[in-house]
Design a protein around this ligand. Structure first.
Ligand SMILES: [Zn+2]
Length: 127
């Protein structure tokens, strides 16, 4: 079938987010998101869903051996990790008013932040 690619749209999970895997063989693992594929709806989580690949010796790798690589997970299998709740949580979003840096000083800019539905704390990566 042509045009069968489903665009998920803007995923609510972003690079550098802390997530917990909630399904599959890596269930319960917590890791950092290394990359997000918005088209396929997949995320790569650091040190999660590793696949061992045997490599024959070649010019780049004269010894050959085993390479470990993360396999992307479907985004529905991960949840944003809340450090306060110590687990993966559902999240909502909230608008916060943040004073924008400007010469006029008083200007305020509304920012959307993702918050934990349980404890209401921000889930935005602070890095
Ligand atoms: Zn929480």
């Amino acid at each position: 079938m042509l045009n069968s690619v489903v665009v998920v749209g803007k995923l609510s999970i972003r690079k550098n987010d802390q997530v917990q895997v909630i399904a599959g063989r890596e269930k319960g693992k917590v890791g950092k998101v290394l990359s997000v594929d918005h088209v396929k709806g997949r995320v790569v989580v650091e040190k999660t869903n590793m696949m061992k690949k045997h490599v024959k010796p070649n010019q780049k790798n004269p010894q050959g051996g085993v390479i470990e690589k993360e396999i992307p997970l479907h985004y529905s299998n991960v949840l944003l990790y809340c450090t306060k709740c110590s687990k993966g949580v559902r999240h909502g979003s909230k608008m916060t008013e943040k004073a924008a840096k400007g010469k006029k000083g008083a200007e305020k800019k509304a920012t959307k932040v993702r918050v934990c539905k349980k404890c209401d704390s921000s889930l935005e990566a602070t890095a």
